[in-house]
Structure formats: structure tokens, C-alpha cells
Design a protein around this ligand. Structure first.
Ligand code: IMP
Ligand code: MG
Length: 175
């Protein structure tokens, strides 16, 4: 695998993002919604750079159909306990790839009457986008290629690496 972003480069970017978010949510009712598992490391670093009050919650999204049926909409179940009515929701995810997951999720959140919903992803692989969705806040735009580390996995491996790497062709059996 090849190094893509060093720990210090990530830290620098996360600090900038935190400041930007803090500025824009100064007089809002910020509700941070972290998508597990991939964004756990990014989110925990990011919130330490956010200096306005916020609520935080964590959710796991199950996406089905992407592999076998590329055109199928992901089926998402949303935890009933989440109460975001009137809140300014900031969804934090690791990477925006085809966009199918967050596109469907954003639509679902809309039914719960939040004041606003914005997306923050550490990585944006916009060349792979299949639906009309883009992050409001992002760390790095990247080219195609499978990335791991800093929370991101390949078959549940590499999540603990402090830096972000691109896997080589021979390291990827199938996606
Ligand atoms: P999307 O619905 O295609 O945007 O899928 C997004 C999800 O796929 C992300 O939240 C990741 O969990 C996973 N994913 C997409 N690309 C990568 C990658 O390069 N490395 C690790 N996970 C990825
Ligand atoms: Mg994910």
C-alpha cells in the first residue's frame, strides 16, 4: 500500500475543518450525527476542534444492493430514537464514494423535520459519484482507488492505522 495522507496532514486539515464548522454553527442548534464505523476516528478528532455547543449521536447504516444490484437504492433503517426536529444536523462520514448511501440517508433525515442537514466527509471521491450529492464540508478530494486507515477499512482490516493509504491492485481481491 502507498501512503496518501500522513497523520500530520490529516490533523492539520481536521483542525481547519473544525474551525470552519465552529464559525458556521455559532448561533445554531448543532446536532452531530456520526456514521459508524468508518468515521469514528475522524469524528473524534473533529469534535475536539469544534468549539460551539453540540449534541452528538452515532448510527450504523446498512447498505444493501450495491454489489449485486448496482442500480438498486440502498435500503436504510433509521433508529427511531433520533429526535432531530428543529436541529441543525451535521452528518459525519468517512468518504463519499458513489454517494448512494448519504443521498438516501439525507432524504430519510428530511422526514424528521430538522432545521437543516449538512454533510461532512473526510474524503470525497467525486469521480465515482452516481447520484447528485456533494459534501458541504470535506477534507480531501481524491481520485479513484481504494483507501484504508484512519478508520477506513478493507474487509474490516486497517481501521487502526493513523495515516491514510491507497491499496495496490494486488491487495484488492474484490470490492
Ligand atoms: P457510497 O454509498 O458509495 O458513497 O459508499 C460510501 C461508503 O463506502 C463509505 O462510507 C465507506 O464505508 C465505503 N467506501 C467507499 N470507498 C471506500 C474506500 O476507498 N475505502 C474504504 N471504504 C470505502
Ligand atoms: Mg461507511
Amino acid at each position: 500500500m502507498e501512503l496518501l495522507f500522513s497523520a500530520s496532514k490529516i490533523a492539520e486539515k481536521v483542525e481547519t475543518l473544525g474551525l470552519q464548522i465552529s464559525k458556521e454553527y455559532q448561533s445554531k442548534d448543532l446536532y452531530i450525527l456520526v456514521i459508524l464505523k468508518g468515521s469514528f476516528m475522524f469524528a473524534s478528532d473533529l469534535v475536539r476542534n469544534i468549539n460551539v455547543p453540540f449534541q452528538i449521536d452515532f448510527i450504523r447504516i446498512s447498505t444493501y444492493g450495491n454489489k449485486d444490484m448496482p442500480n438498486a437504492k440502498p435500503s436504510i433503517t433509521l433508529d427511531q430514537i433520533i429526535d432531530i426536529k428543529g436541529k441543525d444536523v451535521l452528518v459525519i462520514d468517512d468518504i463519499l464514494d458513489t454517494g448512494n448511501t448519504l443521498f438516501a440517508f439525507k432524504e430519510l433525515l428530511g422526514f424528521k423535520n430538522p432545521n437543516s442537514v449538512k454533510l461532512c466527509t473526510l474524503l470525497d471521491k467525486s469521480c465515482r459519484r452516481e447520484v447528485n450529492v456533494s459534501p458541504d464540508y470535506w477534507g480531501f478530494k481524491i481520485n479513484d482507488g481504494f483507501v484504508v486507515g484512519y478508520g477506513l477499512d478493507y474487509a474490516e482490516k486497517y481501521r487502526g492505522l493513523p495515516q491514510i493509504y491507497v491499496l495496490n491492485e494486488d491487495e484488492i481481491r474484490q470490492r
